[in-house]
Write a protein that binds this ligand. Structure first.
Ligand code: PRX
Length: 595
């Protein structure tokens, strides 16, 4: 039995207004002659809609335009804490709270373009702070709450973050590296700091402010920044195969694509209750837990519990979730728990189910059909892409194992290393023509790394894929060393850097090892320093070291000690050789290997 009564009265009254006009039935129809320009009026602009020079604010589109109209009292967000506590926020409430937060930021000296970081567990303040920062014209960035001091330092230092919102508990990890973050002028905690012994407030003593106190005295009126279409809205760090994580910068204009994909792919209507299980530290959490679905006026569920099959099904039943967006590892975990659990619950509300982040195996789709009576629709995109790019549409039959078709307006191709387009069924590099609305605009402070994405007029995705004769794309693998573990993108260099900080580790090479459940797991090959003896205890200690310093999801689950690592003559670790050896495959050309 569903326990939550949705306030859809307004929705029903406004039936004329909420019917989506052009929810296409046929992909070919929508794809034909599609021009982004014809769809810019889907969202609200300040002045003329113009993808090159217009003024638009993503937060205004996500929340405020709804708060001004008939959706004001519609639930924008149901929040369920891990302990079962439920909070709900209407569009009007989200608008007022994010206005307050924008005022707080301004009072604290944050200005347009300043970086505001959100390092929070799954709490409603994520929405308030993110939207508030965008309203001010500041650049919002979210961090996984699993991050340890090193991961935090890399990101906060690289972006010269000025402000961080966190909890008292998570703040301790920032404190460890605070001395290396001179630009960080303000740390705010959403839970109240304990009073400090000395005279004066906690502000004086630690440069730390309380969210609660500041919000209590802030006005809920705010004049939203009329940001330019190219003005940065959010910044998310992600990994490549070399170097530290890169800050992928997105623009306010990206809301056009987040909006259209929420409508045409997720097929979100006003009566829908939508649940995206992605964390807000990941681009999916931002584009499809926040900006896109809110922009189309949906009712979203935000659940703070860990993965647990029984609880997940309860959430679907309790909120009568109609559209559900999750990831292959979670689907495989649900599969493992058996379909009995799914059958015990009333999941008949589900209308569409989607997946993103890693290859979705046909087996998982078949299981979805059995357990939910629906196929999972795979969607392919990337942090840099800002929104769905290649997807299975609800209006098109699913081809099991295919990522689907390019979203209208997205031009994809398969090319060889010289940039020549390849024939159907030929494996090659998956590339896209630059210029889709949600495409990143830069890599923070690193023009060279941004430029490296583009060659011969194409944007290089870093993925290998093929296309069939009907234009469907099929994922083959990464073209580089990037690891995908449980959907999370991990750069081997970051893990290697953390490993060599351990006193026992002389050198480390890190790869993704295929894993039936997680897609890949992180495996480290380690050369020990003289005087250290290989043992299981040492493996465990090193693993824990990375887990606490770097991140609870970016540590090696498997460690192998080795005498020597395969390297190029210039000293670069050849991860492909490690990978091939691990999988018992030929190691390929070893001519650059050192003697
Ligand atoms: O390798 C592809 C894989 O995830 C990469 C992007 O990771 P990230 O930036 O974390 O963004 C994921 C969420 C948008 C891609 O280059 N990937 C993503 N979706 C799929 C996928 N691999 C196979 N199938 C997918 N549907």
């Amino acid at each position: 039995m569903a326990e939550v009564e949705h306030n859809f009265e307004e929705v029903k009254k406004n039936a004329g207004a909420f019917k989506l006009p052009a929810n296409f039935k046929d992909y070919g129809e929508a794809g034909k002659g599609f021009k982004w320009e014809d769809h810019l009026k889907e969202v609200e602009w300040f002045g003329a809609p113009d993808l090159k020079n217009g003024s638009i604010n993503a937060a205004y589109n996500a929340v405020d335009r709804h708060a001004k109209g008939w959706r004001a009292n519609k639930i924008a967000l149901y929040y369920e804490a891990a302990d079962g506590r439920v909070e709900k926020y209407s569009y009007a409430e989200l608008s007022a709270l994010s206005n307050k937060f924008a005022n707080v930021l301004h009072k604290l000296g944050i200005r347009k373009g300043d970086r505001v970081f959100i390092f929070l567990p799954r709490v409603p303040q994520v929405y308030v702070c993110f939207l508030g920062a965008l309203k001010l014209g500041a650049i919002a960035s979210t961090l996984f709450s699993a991050f340890g001091p090193e991961a935090l330092r890399d990101r906060l230092a690289n972006s010269e973050a000025k402000m961080l919102v966190t909890t008292l508990d998570l703040k301790k990890r920032v404190d460890e590296v605070r001395a290396e973050l001179p630009a960080l002028s303000c740390v705010m905690t959403i839970d109240k700091p304990k009073p400090v012994a000395q005279e004066g407030s906690y502000e004086d003593s630690e440069g730390q402010v309380s969210y609660e106190d500041e919000m209590a005295s802030a006005s809920s009126e705010f004049s939203i920044a009329k940001t330019g279409v190219n003005d940065p809205s959010f910044l998310l760090y992600t990994s490549g195969s070399t170097g530290k994580p890169k800050g992928v910068v997105h623009r306010h204009g990206g809301i056009v694509q987040q909006h259209l994909t929420s409508k045409w792919v997720l097929d979100l209507h006003d009566e829908d209750v939508y649940w995206c299980t992605a964390d807000h530290g990941w681009v999916t959490g931002i584009a499809y837990n926040l900006l896109g679905p809110l922009s189309v006026g949906a009712t979203c569920v935000f659940y703070d519990g860990r993965f647990d099959a029984e609880t997940w099904y309860k959430i679907i039943e309790k909120y009568r979730v109609t559209v559900w967006y999750t990831a292959p590892t979670a689907i495989r975990m649900l599969m493992k728990s058996g379909d009995e659990l799914a059958r015990e619950r009333d999941l008949s509300s589900l209308r569409h189910i989607y997946s993103v982040g890693e290859p979705l195996n046909p087996e998982a789709i078949r299981w979805g059909m059995k357990a939910f009576g629906l196929p999972f629709h795979d969607t392919w995109w990337q942090t840099e892409g800002g929104a769905m790019l290649i997807t299975n549409f609800p209006s098109v039959p699913v081809r099991l194992g295919s990522m689907g078709l390019p979203f209208p307006g997205v031009q994809a191709g398969i090319v060889d290393d010289e940039g020549n387009e390849l024939q159907p069924y030929k494996e090659g590099n998956l590339v896209l023509r630059p210029g889709w609305p949600a495409m990143m605009t830069s890599i923070w402070g690193d023009q060279a790394r941004f430029d490296a994405y583009f060659k011969n007029g194409w944007y290089l995705t870093g993925d290998k894929a093929m296309r069939d004769k009907d234009g469907y794309y099929w994922f083959i693998g990464r073209a580089d060393d990037v690891i995908k573990t449980a959907g999370e993108r991990v750069g081997p260099f970051e893990v290697e850097s953390a490993l060599v900080e351990h006193p026992a580790v002389a050198e480390a090479g890190v790869i993704g090892k295929p894993d039936a459940l997680r897609g890949e797991i992180i495996k480290a090959f380690i050369v020990l320093r003289a005087g250290f003896k290989a043992s299981d205890e040492l493996k465990e200690e090193i693993s824990k070291f990375v887990k606490t310093r770097l991140s609870a999801h970016e540590y090696p689950r498997e460690i192998e000690f080795t005498e020597k690592l395969p390297k190029t003559r210039s000293g670069k670790i050849m991860r492909r050789v490690l990978r091939a050896k691990e999988m018992g495959l030929p190691t390929g050309d070893l001519s650059t290997l050192e003697d």
